[in-house]
Design a protein around this ligand. Structure first.
Ligand SMILES: NC(=O)c1ccc[n+]([C@@H]2O[C@H](COP(=O)([O-])OP(=O)(O)OC[C@H]3O[C@@H](n4cnc5c(N)ncnc54)[C@H](OP(=O)(O)O)[C@@H]3O)[C@@H](O)[C@H]2O)c1
Length: 294
């Protein structure tokens, strides 16, 4: 498994395991969580993607209960903050909102560390651009959590170029990634500038919902037919081809995979077996567009 260097002393695995859905299954026991993480580690998938809000603010704790010291020594933890919804420890909030204040960021980091039972977060992301963001306050808070040693690096998620440059303009620490939706079902990022500005800055991109949240696997149509043809030529399943399509792009994309199924987790690195030349990439892109490129 390739590694992606984000800072001089931090690299993440090229394929990342996402834990948004970790609490969505009946069995959330520490043993089952360990089995999922160990299946990742066996393939060199060492990076776990979390967020404070996942599972109604419970997924970090579910993961934390499954972390042995040996697992902690082998993984990198990415987590996020700024979304508040009336659930879990925020059940008293009136409605959904974003909070990029210093107080909220500092409190959220402390909650995440405690719930995951770890002593540092490898990468903290601002989950969604906040229309009320005071970039001086938020930027200073992000610098502060890095300076404190609680967080090793910081980035953002779902940011447009203007959100990125605003926040970065008020920070000393470089933002090291933007986690955005990119897949064969959400390919607009390749043409609307979202990938281009990160590619220009050599910022690796984390791609969320790389299987379209499962739609690529359960739907029927031209994309699925195109995926099946490439999959059978390479001896893998359709999901491996969809991931290989992202890995083949020169922007250094890190797909964040969301399956809870242990057998599917064991097969996540099959994407590395796929021969994805330019012509094949465009066959899949054409099927996704529903028309040839102009
Ligand atoms: N930053 C953000 O705003 C943001 C937003 C969304 C997600 N994320 C991150 O991205 C990660 C991945 O998101 P995601 O879960 O939507 O990713 P995904 O990998 O696109 O979709 C996972 C879903 O696809 C299903 N699936 C996978 N293979 C399948 C197959 N062969 N047949 C049928 N269904 C299949 C899975 O079900 P099974 O479990 O049954 O396999 C699961 O429900 C999240 O965990 C989170 O870390 C970030």
């Amino acid at each position: 498994m390739d590694r992606v260097n984000l800072t001089p002393d931090l690299s993440l695995s090229r394929i990342v395991y996402g834990m948004w859905r970790l609490g969505d299954v009946d069995d959330t026991s520490p043993k089952t969580v360990q089995a999922k993480i160990e299946a990742c580690l066996e393939q060199g998938i060492t990076t776990m993607d979390q967020a404070d809000i996942y599972g109604g603010y419970m997924a970090e704790e579910i993961m934390g209960a499954g972390l042995t010291q040996s697992i902690k020594d082998q993984i990198e933890v990415v987590t996020k903050c700024d979304i508040l919804v009336p659930a879990g420890r925020y059940s008293d909030v009136g409605g959904k909102y974003y909070d990029t204040s210093r107080a909220h960021i500092l409190a959220s980091v402390d909650h995440s560390l405690r719930l995951m039972n770890i002593d540092k977060i490898d990468t903290l992301l601002v989950h969604r651009p906040d229309p009320m963001m005071d970039h001086h306050e938020t930027g200073a808070a992000l610098d502060e959590v890095v300076a404190s040693g609680k967080v090793r690096s910081v980035g953002v998620s779902n940011f447009k170029l203007h959100d990125w440059t605003l926040l970065q303009s008020a920070m000393k620490t470089p933002l090291i990634t933007n986690q955005i939706e990119v897949s064969l079902t959400a390919h607009q990022a390749f043409t609307n500038g979202d990938v281009a500005y990160l590619q220009e800055r050599n910022v690796p991109i984390m791609a969320w919902s790389p299987l379209g949240g499962g739609a690529l696997m359960t739907g029927k149509g031209a994309v699925q037919d195109a995926l099946s043809a490439v999959a059978s030529a390479n001896g893998v399943d359709n999901s491996a081809v969809a991931v290989a399509w992202l890995l083949a792009h020169p922007a250094n994309i890190m797909p964040v995979m969301g399956t809870n199924n242990i057998n599917r987790i064991k097969g996540l690195s099959d994407a590395l077996k796929v021969n994805m030349d330019r012509e094949t990439w465009f066959e899949l892109y054409t099927a996704a567009l529903g028309t040839e490129v102009p």
